[in-house]
Ligand binder design. Sequence first.
Ligand code: KIV
Ligand code: ZN
Length: 391
Amino acid sequence: MSTPSQEQDRVLIFDTTLRDGEQSPGATMTHAEKMEIAQLLDEMGVDIIEAGFPIASEGDFEAVREIARLARRASICGLARAHFADIDRCWEAIREAKRPRIHTFIGTSPLHRDITKLDQDGMVQRIHDTVTHARNLCEDVQWSPMDATRTERDYLCRVVETAIKAGATTINIPDTVGYTYPRESAEIIAMLRERVPGADGVIFATHCHNDLGMATANALAAVEAGARQIECTVNGLGERAGNTALEEVVMALKVRNDILPYATSIDTRKIMNISRLVSAVSGFPVQFNKAVVGKNAFAHESGIHQDGMLKNAETFEIMRPEDIGLSATNLVMGKHSGRAALRAKLSQLGYELADNQLKDVFVRFKALADRKKEIYDEDLIALIQDSAASG
Ligand code: KIV
Ligand code: ZN
C-alpha cells in the first residue's frame, strides 16, 4: 500500500463510531446493528472504519471479522493495546479485509506511565517491540500515544520517532481527555512534523475528545498544521462528552474549502441517514440544536429569518439541506413567524388564499401561536376551515 504524503490535498476520514463511540456508557450495539452501520459507512466513503477492539470480547472479535469480510472500499482497522496477544488477536480479526490496518496504542503521559509502571526507556522499548511485531503482520500500522496532549513534548517526539522507525505508517495524536486547545493542537502536529526524523513518510492523524466542546475546532486546527487523517464518530458519539463529530468536520471542510482546501471522499448526502441510524441503534438522541444533523439545524421560526429564507436561502443557511440528505429547509410555524412564511406554508399545503382571507387566517394563527409552541399542518388547515366558516 502506498503511503500518501502529508502534502496531499485530501483528508482521510477515520470513523471510530463502532469502537470509541460504542465505548460510550449505554451505547452498546448488537452484531447486526454494527453490520448495518459499517455497511453505510463503507458506502458513504469513509476511508478507514475502526470496527472494534478484537481482544475485548468474543462479540467484538466476531464483529470486526465480519466487517473485514464485508467492506468493499474502506480499510478495516482493529484496536490493540501494546501487547503481542492483543496485536495477534487484532490481526486474526482483520486479516481477510481488502485493506487491513492494525491500530496499536499505549498511554505515554506521566499519568499513564505510572499506571503501566514503565519508565521512559522501558516504554520506548515496548513501543519498538510492539510496533515491529504489528508491522511484521500487516503493512498498514497505526500507532497512537494515548494522552499525547499531556505528554512532555520532548518525550512525545522520542516515542513518535520510535514508532516510525519500527514501521508505523500512520501516527495518531489523541487528545484523550479533551484537554487541548486549537492553537496547541496545531502546534503539536507542526512540532512533530518538524522535529521527528521520518515524519514526512507517515500520515499524521488527529483524534479529539469533546470535554471542553473543542473537538471539532482542535481537529481542524491539526489539519491546518498538516494532519491528513481525522478520527471521528457519527453524531460525536463517544465516552464522556464524545469525540469529534464526523458530520461537523466533513461539512466544515466542504463549506470552508476556501480556508481549508482539503477534500474528503464522503458522500455528504448520506450524512442524515447515518446520523439517524447511529442515534436509533445507540439509543442516544441527537440534541435539537446539534450542528449539521440536529432537528433545528435547518429549521427557521422567526419572521425575519423565514422571510429571508423565502427570498434567498443563503441569507440564513450556509449549507444546503440536500447536501446532507434532507429534502428541504423546515419553516417551523410558531409565534415568531410572519405572513410571508404563512402564505408559503399554506401554498405548500395546497391552499392559495386571497389577501383578505390570508389576513384573517394570520390573525387566528397568531392567537393560536401564543397558546401553542408549534403549529402543525393540521392546525393550519383547521384555521382555514374556521375562517371560511365564519366568513
Ligand atoms: O482517546 C484515545 O486516546 C483513544 C486511543 C485508543 C486512540 O481512543
Ligand atoms: Zn478516543
